[in-house]
Design a protein around this ligand. Structure first.
Ligand code: UDP
Ligand code: MG
Length: 343
């Protein structure tokens, strides 16, 4: 049987960094949502991205109570993109559904994602119709970023779309081929292609805790996106240079003409300073742009692993039989505090 036409195994991948409070609230919701999908074996894979607040202990508790939970812990905080990569690398069979650990991506919609997957879509991505709990600045900068991205790059990165999506087995296989160190996941999902469809949803506020993506981190993520998927900024220097040279030529001709016709005395110290400073600035900006690419090239050349694994714990049950939910799985979240002793 063609493995691409099988729709019976789904792994929910959740990257978590310092999410002690949110995870115990989120897990029962994921379980309830998965219980509503027929004929599907399911797993939940939590990736602890170097948390320092007891997230791992909470996850151990969840796994003790729920045999369908697999756990992966990275050796330190590698960032969300690396954590997702680590999680998706472990989904070697079936499809993967990516969720945020903070409850902003409602697990209740999983059955709808699965329905689209069964219709034959490879990348079912959630598009935000509302961004509750996000300030105007974050919204405005996000909108500007997607506009720039669309102009500069041929890779489709749909606006108002995060990592909340379901990926088909063949898309996952393609994604695993991309081993670049600087990973802008939203761009990578678009780059691999296949069939994609949007699924609109309301983005909820965080269940607990604070966002790890402040403005500075988002700015760096935006730089990552642009430099990973476009070399257009490198061309800017060429055009600015051409334009400046043209202007200088025209300016030079006027100076010569004026001197020949009227014998103008030497003047214009201020204009000279302005021109020198302007050109100096433009050159530094161009150098900086080259530097952005050179630095990334350097990182890629070192070929360090994208992430390192500290602990891997596969789901105890492997996978559950369809239509026969494991006993007590959905009710045992009260045990999460006892999980600290489990390992
Ligand atoms: N996250 C992660 N590693 C990090 C930072 C964040 O795995 O270094 C996870 C985090 O636990 C959450 C998701 O990425 O599940 C999104 O993070 P956050 O909610 O802080 O970002 P926002 O939703 O505000 O964009
Ligand atoms: Mg969030």
């Amino acid at each position: 049987m063609d493995p691409g036409s099988r729709h019976d195994l789904l792994t929910v991948v959740v990257a978590a960094h310092d999410e002690v409070e949110a995870l115990p609230l989120l897990h029962p919701r994921i379980r309830d949502a998965l219980a509503r999908v027929d004929g599907l074996r399911t797993r939940v894979l939590y990736v602890d991205d170097g948390s320092g607040d007891g997230t791992w202990e909470v996850l151990r508790g969840i796994a003790v109570a729920d045999p369908q939970v697999a756990l992966l812990r990275l050796s330190r905080n590698f960032g969300k993109e690396a954590a997702l990569t680590a999680g998706l690398d472990r989904v070697t069979e079936g499809a993967a559904m990516i969720l945020d650990a903070d409850g902003q991506d409602p697990p209740e919609l999983i059955p709808e994602f699965v329905a689209r997957w069964r219709e034959g879509w490879d990348d079912v991505y959630g598009t935000r119709v509302a961004r509750e709990g996000e300030g105007w600045l974050k919204r405005a900068t996000a909108a500007a970023f997607y506009r720039v991205m669309r102009r500069l790059s041929h890779t489709p990165v749909p606006a108002d779309t995060g990592d909340y999506r379901l990926l088909s087995p063949r898309l996952l296989a393609a994604l695993r081929e991309l081993r670049e160190r600087h990973r802008f996941m939203k761009g990578l999902f678009g780059w691999v292609g296949f069939n994609r469809i949007a699924l609109p949803y309301r983005r909820a506020p965080r269940l607990a805790g604070r966002s790890k993506f402040g403005l500075w981190r988002l700015w760096n993520l935006a730089l990552e996106g642009i430099t990973s998927f476009s070399t257009a900024p490198l061309r800017v220097a060429t055009y600015v240079g051409l334009f400046t040279a043209l202007a200088a030529f025209v300016g030079g001709m006027t100076v010569v003409a004026k001197t020949l016709l009227w014998g103008d005395p030497v003047a214009g110290w201020p204009t000279m300073m302005v021109v020198i400073l302007f050109l100096g600035g433009v050159q530094l900006i161009a150098l900086g742009m080259i530097g952005e690419y050179l630095g990334r090239l350097y990182d890629e050349a070192k070929r360090r692993p994208i992430y390192l694994v500290d602990a891997w714990q596969p789901a105890a049950a492997g996978v559950s039989c369809p239509g026969q939910p494991s006993e007590g799985g959905g009710h045992a979240h009260g045990a999460s505090t006892a999980g600290g002793q489990a390992g």
